[in-house]
Design a protein around this ligand. Structure first.
Ligand code: UDP
Ligand code: LCN
Length: 820
């Protein structure tokens, strides 16, 4: 078989395409005539393939063309903007790399074009005047960021921390002690509430630090290893050292040796160990303004899903790691983590109207809620995450005041979540000069086809103009970005990453982004979340099971009665259950799963289907997508006569019972199915796998990385229901034939989780990022300030104007309380 031709990185498309076209000139002339035959349009890969199918009738010829270099180029094409006589191609030969060429359909002449030229071609389709406007607004973060170091290897994408450690170590290595001066200054600035940590001002040169370290090491090494720091604190102070080195003589000695080595001959491992031991993080602010952010009775509400679960688990893991680090630093500091969210007076029975709430299973962490305020007063009710932009500027002002009051100092690290939280985090971090990290969970841009080029169509409903602008601001202002998977950054072979899709795009009539973000920027890091293993553990761990929930779960899944909690019934209780649980968003595709099940007789004979999501009366929902999905589900139940084989359970808010529900499904030897059209990460997938459930999850997005197909679970194609439902049916047939198969997949799923998806690994990575990027931003103060002013201009001139166009309700406010 002929091997697939691949382009070397040195081969440009513009160089190779003319030859490739020449080789199939006759067919290509026909193809290009078809491409341009319908006038201006944006062609997607499937359209390109359809046209090729139609143009080359002879099957042999067609496969010859498609097997060759030309086929490779066309199959790497993301889209093509047709503006007769030209077709402009955006080709993505590898994740993170794009190239642009234009082909003249008349003579097949090929020219390489710049990203700006490509975007202009695209704009010609939607808004010709804008495309031709020489002064159209062009955004180019690359131009302002030209001096920032970049990684080059695709394999290093998402491993930015390592790259930064290498850069720091090469700077420190550059022999002259000038290079170590910033490190000395950084250590001198470390303090807690004004009290010096690590070293004091007597340590006024790098040489002095080096010699003092040698003296101090020789002193501590003579002490018994377990001698508490307090016993020799004064002696170290006399040598210029302060608290923070360690709790025992042994640890202090080790850490001093590490710093000596770092000053002498730094490398990444030593540097990481050094930064992870520094007492520089005690107070963390985590922003998550939208949704109902609470600890109980909130999950399953619109906009309130995995992000809340993620943050609460993250806080617990971070606090645990901080407490351990602080103890080992020999300090008695209480760390504070504040999750800052919106206070919603109309809280629908949740605690979202309470200002301060301690976080369960933590010692010092809280949720702080700050209301949305406008000149009409305090907004009482929930607003969709898509409509949230007009409130954010005032929110950040009010929240900053409350945070400083609560913490009694500036935080050391600010983390944002999702577009709204990241924007707020950027504004606060810039104002106070604090290290910032961002987490998107999901960027909306890739979820909706052509959401950028067709932004005008979407804007009244989704306000993507605000959202994408906000995302660009925070991606560019943050010091580091935490992602859950590689694909979130740079996608896979066929699909660009969520961040990658912000590299270059256009919103005709608004702005042309020629350089939005670079996926080779070392700010990107992958740190995957876990699931709380005290809640989600295997069904085989019988003694730990939450048996008290069994009667209510039995009722919820199997009772014949229909009420506000469940609809439909399961006639045959012996069948395994395939189970899914999600918010009732369109993209979650629960209705797709119900339809696949309805259509697949073989699957219906093998298993029952149970889903958890939304509720049954559309008039009770305020969420546009949820209403449409509810209506669709009712229609599908009727159309496919699902009664007796399908149970629909309303959204569930108790995670302990949910954990037990997954396990009860596993008891039936069932499976979990995650059918989303696109899933950024997919916490339900790791929850199910933790409970020992074999899982089938969408190949579109994060789950494709979580599961190794056929080993620790299965990938399914949400756009091919027939294939997916057959894959599930095959599994259950195989389980019938082979009693061990179910157990094998279940065990491999658990193995995968324990190796890669735990909160302990996450917390350690994240605190190391906070510490290292905190130092890195000091090293790059000037370029950072320059970029900050560009971002500020972008915010003031564009974002603010756009946010003002989002309607705010005319009523539903309460008065702002008088200051105390
Ligand atoms: N969830 C829940 N009840 C529901 C639906 C979802 O408790 O009715 C929980 C689910 O267990 C998971 C989270 O919400 O912890 C959903 O996270 P995921 O990452 O799967 O999706 P997201 O909603 O964040 O898009
Ligand atoms: C948002 C999503 O859409 C999910 O895919 C993630 O699992 C969740 O946030 C937590 O990060």
């Amino acid at each position: 078989m002929a091997s697939t031709p691949a382009l070397k990185r040195s081969d440009s498309i513009a160089d190779t395409m003319p030859d490739a076209l020449r080789q199939s000139r006759y067919h290509m002339k026909k193809c290009f005539a078809r491409f341009v035959g319908n006038g201006k349009r944006l062609m997607k890969p499937q359209h390109i393939m359809e046209e090729i199918e139609k143009s080359i009738e002879d099957g042999n010829e067609k496969s010859k063309v498609l097997r060759g270099l030309l086929g490779y180029i066309l199959s790497s094409t993301q889209e093509a903007a047709v503006v007769p006589p030209h077709v402009a191609f955006s080709v993505r030969p590898n994740p993170g790399f794009s190239e642009f060429v234009k082909v003249n359909a008349d003579d097949l002449a090929v020219d390489g074009i710049s990203v700006t030229e490509y975007l202009k071609f695209k704009e010609m389709i939607y808004d010709e005047n804008w495309a031709n406007d020489e002064n159209a607004l062009e955004i180019d973060f690359g131009a302002i960021d030209f001096s920032s170091p970049r990684m080059t290897l695709p394999s290093s994408i998402g491993n930015g921390l390592n790259f930064i450690l290498k850069l720091i170590s090469s700077r420190l290595n550059a022999s002259s002690s000038d290079y170590a001066k910033p490190l000395l200054d950084y250590l001198l600035a470390l303090n807690h509430h004004g009290q010096n940590l690590m070293i004091n001002e007597t340590m006024d040169s790098v040489e002095k630090l080096e010699t003092s370290l040698i003296r101090a090491q020789s002193f501590v090494s003579a002490l018994p290893k377990n001698t508490p720091f307090l016993n020799f604190e004064q002696r170290l102070k006399d040598m210029g050292f302060e608290k923070g080195w360690g709790d025992t003589a042994e640890r202090v000695g080790e850490r001093m040796r590490t710093l000596s080595e770092v000053l002498q001959a730094p490398d990444c491992v030593k540097l990481e160990s050094f930064f992870s031991s520094l007492p520089n993080t005690f107070n963390i602010v985590i922003f998550s303004p939208h949704g109902y952010f609470g600890q109980s009775d909130v999950l399953g509400l619109p906009d309130t899903g995995g992000q809340v679960v993620y943050i609460l688990d993250q806080v617990r893991a971070l606090e645990e790691e901080l407490l351990l680090r602080i103890k080992q630093q020999g300090l008695a500091v209480k760390p504070q983590i504040l999750v800052v969210t919106r206070l919603i007076p109309d809280s629908r029975g949740t605690k979202c109207n309470v200002e301060l709430e301690a976080i369960v299973n933590t010692k010092h962490s809280h949720i702080l809620r700050v209301p949305f305020r406008t000149d009409k007063g305090i907004l009482r009710h929930w607003v969709s995450r898509f409509d949230i932009y007009p409130y954010l500027e005032t929110f950040v002002q009010d929240a900053t005041a409350k945070i400083l009051e609560h913490m009694d100092c500036k935080p050391d690290l600010i983390i944002g979540n999702y577009s709204d939280g990241n924007l707020v985090a950027s504004l606060m971090a810039a104002k106070l000069g604090i290290t910032q990290g961002t987490i998107a969970h999901a960027l909306e841009k890739t979820k909706y086809e052509d959401s950028d080029a067709k932004w005008k169509e979407f804007d009244t409903k989704y306000h993507f103009s605000c959202q994408f602008t906000a995302d660009l601001i925070s991606m560019n202002s943050t010091d580091f970005v935490i992602t859950s998977t590689f694909q979130e950054i740079a996608g896979g072979k066929d699909r660009p990453g969520q961040y990658e899709s912000h590299t270059a795009f256009t919103m005709p009539g608004l702005c042309r982004v020629v350089s939005g973000i670079d996926v080779f920027d070392p700010k990107f890091n992958i740190a995957a979340p876990g699931a709380d293993q005290s809640v989600y553990f295997p069904n085989s761990e019988k003694q730990k099971r939450f048996t008290k929930f069994h009667p209510s779960i039995e009722q919820m899944v199997y009772s014949k009665e229909e009420n506000d909690e469940h609809k439909g019934f399961l006639a045959d209780k012996k069948k395994p259950i395939i189970f899914s649980m999600a918010r009732l968003d369109k993209v979650k595709n629960l209705s797709g799963l119900v339809e696949w099940f309805g259509k697949n007789k073989r699957l219906r004979n093998l298993v029952n289907l149970v889903i958890v999501g939304g509720f049954f009366d559309p008039s009770k929902s305020k969420d546009r997508e949820e209403i449409a999905e509810i209506i669709k589900l009712h229609a599908l139940v009727k159309e496919y006569q699902l009664n007796g084989q399908f149970r629909w359970i309303a959204a569930q808010t108790d995670r302990y019972r949910n954990g037990e529900l997954y396990r009860c499904i596993a008891d039936t030897k069932g499976a979990f199915v995650q059918p989303a059209l696109y899933e950024a990460f997919g916490l339900t997938v790791i929850e199910a796998m933790n409970c020992g459930l074999p899982s089938f999850a969408t190949n579109q997005g994060g789950p494709a990385e979580i599961i190794v197909d056929g080993v620790s679970g299965f990938h399914i194609d949400p756009n091919n229901g027939e294939e997916s439902s057959n894959k599930i049916a095959d599994f259950f047939e195989r389980c019938r034939a082979d009693g061990e198969y179910w157990k094998k997949i279940s065990a491999a799923g658990l193995q995968r989780i324990y190796a890669c998806y735990t909160w302990k690994i996450y917390a350690n990575k994240m605190l190391n990022m906070g510490s290292t990027y905190g130092f890195w931003r000091q090293l790059r103060k000037e370029p950072k300030l320059a970029k900050q002013s560009y971002i500020h201009m972008f915010y003031s001139l564009l974002f603010r104007t756009l946010a003002r166009t989002v309607p705010v309700p005319s009523d539903g406010y309460e008065p702002v309380p008088m200051p105390k």
